[in-house]
Design a protein around this ligand. Structure first.
Ligand code: KIV
Length: 275
């Protein structure tokens, strides 16, 4: 978030810390919310120079950092470690930590304990996948005890086996009604925002219009109140990974491999004086 500071002599832009309350106000003021994932200090330092509102240390680190096929192997300590890497370089955006597979939903005590680990590592809120009655009850408990929660419905990668793969959600009327109900339940449980992943754009639009809290879409069209992408994916660090909704803002895989080969050639040929 960048505001013009009227007291500044140069009237330059001063960055104001983004908090949960700002995220709620952004929806009221029809300001769209930009969000990105991040897992390390180098990228966090660069994100800090932009106007990105929300940074998520997502369990997608299982795919892009750990090289796993799904997010199921990611542990609470993995997320806590990457939060601590990011939080040292990130001041302005709201920092959200993802609750990984089975770290929530089992019992209220375990969920609270695990959310506490992420907050102690530097997160300012947690994200939880799902909207079962157990999860909603646990979200309510966290929010009543001062832990802000972002919900997540639609495609939930932690439930990939139950959902029979990475498929678009909310295609038929029954699915749409289920998603609308889940979104309402998460709002009532106290979530300050909800991620809508890979949901039919019309369904995502109806959910967004039905909620007071903002929706953050990924692969769910243009009608959500904001959007999130996985950093390495949008930078084109894996050119094979190009789902329909994903724009590669750079072709970093090509640039990086070319740079590495150039360096390798310089070393072999003792060519550059810079090494
Ligand atoms: O883990 C993650 O990166 C996520 C986002 C894609 C929403 O959950």
């Amino acid at each position: 978030m960048v505001y013009s500071d009227p007291n500044s002599a140069k009237n330059d832009h001063k960055k104001i810390k983004v908090r949960v309350q700002n995220i709620l106000e952004m929806k009221k003021n029809s300001k769209r919310i930009s969000s990105i994932t991040c897992y390390d200090a180098t990228f966090a330092r660069m994100i800090e120079t932009t106007e990105i509102d929300v940074v998520l240390v997502g369990d997608s680190l299982g795919n892009v950092i750990q090289g796993k096929k799904s997010t199921i192997d990611v542990s609470i300590n993995d997320i806590a470690y990457h939060i601590s890497c990011v939080s040292s370089s990130l001041k302005t955006p709201l920092l959200v930590g993802d609750m990984p597979f089975l770290s929530s939903g089992i019992s209220r005590a375990e969920t609270a304990h695990n959310a506490g680990i992420l907050l102690q590592a530097g997160a300012e809120a947690v994200k939880i996948e799902g909207a079962s009655s157990e999860i909603c009850e646990q979200i309510h408990f966290l929010t009543r005890h001062g832990i802000p929660v972002m919900g997540h419905i639609g495609l939930m990668p932690q439930s990939v086996h139950a959902l029979s793969g990475y498929r678009i959600q909310g295609k038929n009327e029954h699915d749409k009604m289920r998603l609308l109900t889940e979104a309402q339940k998460l709002q009532s449980a106290g979530c300050f925002a909800v991620v809508l992943e890979l949901i039919m754009p019309q369904t995502a639009k109806e959910i967004s219009e039905s909620l007071e809290i903002p929706t953050i879409g990924i692969g769910s069209g243009n009608f959500c109140d904001g959007n999130i992408l996985v950093l390495q994916d949008m930078l084109g660090m894996n050119k094979q990974f190009k789902p329909k909704f994903l724009k590669h803002y750079l072709q970093l895989e090509d640039s990086i491999t070319q740079a590495l080969q150039e360096y390798c050639d310089d070393v072999r040929n003792a060519k550059s004086e810079l090494i």
